[in-house]
Design a protein around this ligand. Structure first.
Ligand code: FES
Length: 122
């Protein structure tokens, strides 16, 4: 008997407004009550975006060099502020990575509340 795979999920109690949590290959975000899910690997140096944060404009911010992503499109809207172990101004480099992040966007999925969980839909 075939069974459909279980969707990736996170307990809703672990996802208060402003939180970002891992669910399988997804970073699940609660932006002031609006739920979203994007793929977890930053387009810059592959940091885990599930360890990131949400800023005042509703963008997902990478925990390593603060590249910012649009949760609707997966597009990088601001480039990194550093690379490897360096954190600081990198004007030309940041712009180059931003252009790459606009072309190679994060994957985006809908996330919805289902019972006590938030599930990521295909
Ligand atoms: S790894 Fe995400 S901005 Fe550098």
């Amino acid at each position: 008997m075939d069974t459909a795979p279980e969707p990736d999920r996170v307990p809703a109690a672990d996802l208060p407004p402003g939180a970002v949590r891992p669910a399988g290959q997804w970073a699940v975000v609660n932006d002031r009550g609006r739920l979203a899910a994007v793929s977890r690997r930053c387009r810059h140096q592959l940091a885990d975006l599930a360890q990131g944060s949400v800023d005042a404009e509703g963008c997902l911010v990478c925990p390593w060099h603060q590249a910012r992503y649009d949760l609707h499109t997966g597009e990088m809207v601001s480039g990194p502020r550093g690379f490897l172990g360096y954190h600081g101004p990198t004007p030309g480099y940041s712009g180059l990575v931003k252009r790459f992040g606009q072309l190679v966007r994060l994957r985006v999925r809908r996330a919805v509340r289902r019972g006590d969980d938030v599930v990521v839909l295909d």
